[in-house]
Structures are given as C-alpha cells and as structure tokens.
Design a protein around this ligand. Sequence first.
Ligand code: GDP
Ligand code: GDP
Length: 450
Amino acid sequence: MTEIDHLDEFDGAGADRTVPVVAVVGRPNVGKSTLVNRIIGRREAVVQDVPGVTRDRVSYDAVWNGRDFVVVDTGGWAPDAKGMAAQVTEQAELAIGTADAVLFVVDATVGIQDVDESVVQVLRRAGKPVVLAANKVDDLRTEGEAAALWNLGLGEPYPVSALHGRGSGDLLDAILAALPEAPPEDFDPPAGPRRVAIVGKPNVGKSSLLNRLARQQRVVVDDVAGTTVDPVDELVEVDGRTYRFIDTAGIRRRVKEASGHEYYASLRTHAAIERAEVCVVVVDAGQPMTEQDLRIMSSVEEAGRALVIAFNKWDLTDDERRRYLDREIERDLTGFGWAAKVNISARTGRHVDRLGPAIEEALGGWEQRISTGKLNAFLGRIAAAHPHPVRGGKQPRVLFGTQAHAGPPTFVLFTSGQLEDQYLRFVERRLREEFGFTGTPVHVQVRARE
Ligand code: GDP
Ligand code: GDP
C-alpha cells in the first residue's frame, strides 16, 4: 500500500464507502441553502431555485480538512397547505432518519421561534449529534444575539454568516467533530450487516419486496451482537445472511404524491443511496422504463454504490412484453450493462431468492482489489496491443497505475500527456473485461505529467 498512500493528497475521489451524511435543517429563510453553498465551497445558486420545484440534486459532496462528507440540503421545499411548522418538523425527522449528524440553522437576528422549539424536541428524541448554527451574524454587533440561542439547550451556538463566510471554519470544525470517527485508510470489509437500500419510483413494488423478504426472516435486533440500528432501518436475513435495509420506514410509510412529498421522496431516495453500500433499484417490468427509473440508477452510479436492478412484477410479463423489455434494456440501459440484474415477482415470490446472490455479487465487485502488480501487467498488455494514437507528434502513454480505493474500485493512471476520452473509455472497458466488476461503477482517474 505504501506506494499509493501519497495519492490521497490529490485524490479528491471521495470514494470511501463510509462517507458520513450531514443534514441541514431549519425554518425557511434562515439561510440553509446559502450555508450549504458555503460549506460545499460553491457560490452557485441553490438559493435561486424556484420554490416547489423538485431539484434533482439534493445532496452534495463536501470536504473539510481532508475529510469527505455529504451535505443534504432540506431547504428546497415549499410550504404547502399543511403549514410551515409541520413541514419543518417533518424535515427534521427526515434528516434524523437519514443523517449521521444534523446541522440546525437558526436566524440569530430573528431569534428563537416556536417552530425552532419544536424542532429541538424532535432532535432531542433522536439523539443524533446536532450542531447549532446561529446564522446571519454578519458582524460583531450581532454576536450577542447568537449567544441567546444557548437557550435552545443544544449546546454552543456557532455564530456564522453564511453570506460572508464569517465563522464558517469553526462551524465546519464542529461538524467534523460531530461526525462518527473517520474510517481507517486501509479498506477492510466492515463488521456488521451490509447496508442495502431498496429504491425506485412509486408503485414498482418496493414495499412488497421488503415485506416478502422480511416475511421470510426478520432479525430481532438484539440477536446480532454489536449492532445498533436506526429506527428507520430493519435487519433482514436473506439467504442466511443478515442485511441492514436502509430507511425502511420511508418505504413502509408510503409517502403521498403531493408536490412537497415528491420532493421528500427524492430527498429520501438520495439519502438512502448515500447511506447504502449496495442499492437495489426496483423497476416495474410490466411497464415501459421511464426517465425516472434511469435517473435513480444514475444517482446510484454517481454516488459510487453497487447496483442491482430488480425487474419486478415479472408475473405480469408475457413473451411479447419480455421481447420489448429486452429491447428497452439494450436501448436505455447500455450505460448500466455492468449492473447485477434479477427478474423477480414480489407478489408470487418468483426468484426473489436470487436477490441475495445478486447483492453479494455486486458487493463483491464493489470491494474487489486488484494488486498493483496485476494491474500494471494488464496495463502493459494494453499499451503493447493498443497504444494510444499519436497526437501532434506526441504519444500519450500510461506509465503506471494503481487502485487507490475499493468500494467502488477507483483507479489512478499516471500518464505522460493527456489521454483522450475515447482511449480512457477503452481502458475502462478492458478493465471490466479483465477483472469483472459486475454490479459496481468503476472510476478511472488520470494524473498527467506533461
Ligand atoms: P433557506 O430558505 O433557509 O434555504 O434560506 P436561504 O439560503 O434561501 O436564505 C434566505 C435569505 O437570507 C436570502 O436572501 C439570503 O441571502 C439571506 N441570508 C442567508 N444567509 C445570510 C447571512 O449570513 N447574512 C445575511 N445578512 N443574510 C443571509
Ligand atoms: P412501492 O410504492 O414501490 O412500495 O410499491 P408497492 O409495493 O406498494 O406495490 C405497488 C403495487 O404493485 C401494489 O398494488 C402491489 O400489490 C403491486 N405489486 C408489487 N409487486 C408486484 C409483483 O411482483 N407482481 C404484481 N402483479 N404486482 C405487484
């Protein structure tokens, strides 16, 4: 491992599997979105999002002091008939269910409102670490107002100005301190059950599948040594192995499809994907595939999680539909040829027993490590058989490669000159042909020496 340790300095892959999640909670207009932008180091306008419009991306990669984490912005929803208080509380509950720590934002210039108090109640019950941001402390004069937030009983309020950046360093330090311990550099399969998220658009059969699996064998939490389980998760035994199914509360609660709820559903999906190691994307095999199905698969790929596609409701397909489905898969899922796939029926139970092996296969690919020796022998063969085309009198070359991470497999190629995208894709394809990697995204990064 020594030869790749130095990579971490310039490897911003964030490919580590245990990236912790921070959810940002608070009343409208306290500056949540501005603060999220500040944290992720971007000025681009989350703030300008049209209220009520569902955003595709609700979680963002962030890094502070070399530590990667994910920020979930719950600021994008629009108050509806239900009233603001109920929504803010719901938002807090959601955050608690899905995050490792909560960043609670209060507008120090306005002070504590009733809604803030009820959020505190929810946060207290959950027992997740909370960092309290006293926002809009743009100058020294307002700092006194920040101190008033001690009254919330959540500990020290961190005065910040999301707008100007004041105090954001201390706040980020506090957030890092609230997160679970950083995982060790070396990758070891974790103790405890693997984390699985069942995701997919509404009505594809997620809760039916969960019920089918849980009916077979629900594990009593106390039976598994050393596990603490979020109340939103369930431990379920599949094929003799215990898995932690993420955010099953969200699946079981069957959120309605009102405008705000759509946003919440997408937020939940993203957060569940972030927390999982492997995602089972359920699609309805009886219906044509949709953009939404593909978007969820893309989210899994972007998050770098292992992917199993479960074509559910197989009992509703006839020969004709299956022929169409094959064509759809060829046309729409070309980018996901690597995913593990199963055809199941949650209703009849058909082939649901294949899900366990598919999950294991995907996790196996996700965690696979290729030794530097093997990798370079492979790269040498490629260079000999298919050298990079000469460009402008120069020939870019791969000098050396190494696998910097597993979960998902992430490779770094050191090159002389820039590789063309097409060549890079060719190398990726050959990597898969050579080493498999079923069920996992594969990342290839290039460090070019000019
Ligand atoms: P959200 O609804 O909680 O996401 O709040 P926004 O981030 O959209 O911010 C609401 C308003 O407060 C916007 O006009 C921001 O420019 C403003 N704002 C946010 N942070 C600060 C701050 O630190 N100081 C001041 N003065 N205004 C801020
Ligand atoms: P969710 O919204 O993704 O959790 O979907 P549900 O599990 O609630 O299922 C939506 C509908 O599809 C329900 O009426 C289920 O009974 C039905 N359903 C789920 N799985 C299957 C299946 O394998 N075959 C058939 N025919 N119907 C199914």
